[in-house]
Design a protein. Structure first.
Length: 124
């Protein structure tokens, strides 16, 4: 598992333009399995912990509204960054990714996350 997660992080860092930070987190416990950043002042585990609250709030809203839906991803756009939270199909894990909005291709980032999130759910 650790090898797969390390490969995932290294792949993102090397191949995703505008990469800032990433974390893979378990929804139930809030435990991060892996995290990495290119910006020493950016703590992806702390960001992931706060974004877990966003995920839980959205899941509660879906239940309260009695929607028969699952979260694919949550997109948060800031002035200079885009934050993407991509949930695994089973809802047990999410990948939190921060990218520089001036350098990243949003479609490529989302597609890459979908691919890896499916793999993460199968391997964790």
């Amino acid at each position: 598992m650790a090898d797969f997660l390390n490969t995932f992080v290294n792949d993102l860092k090397s191949n995703l333009s505008g990469f800032v930070a990433v974390a893979v987190t378990e929804v139930k416990t809030g435990m991060s399995y892996v995290s990495n950043t290119l910006d020493p002042s950016f703590d992806p585990e702390l960001a992931s912990a706060y974004n877990l609250e966003v995920v839980k709030a959205k899941l509660n809203a879906i239940r309260a509204l009695k929607l028969n839906e699952k979260i694919d991803d949550i997109l948060i756009t800031l002035n200079s960054q885009i934050h993407i939270i991509n949930l695994a199909e089973n809802g047990e894990y999410f990948v939190y990714l921060a990218v520089d909005s001036n350098k990243a291709n949003l479609g490529m980032a989302r597609a890459t996350l979908r691919k890896y999130t499916a793999d993460i759910a199968a391997k964790l």
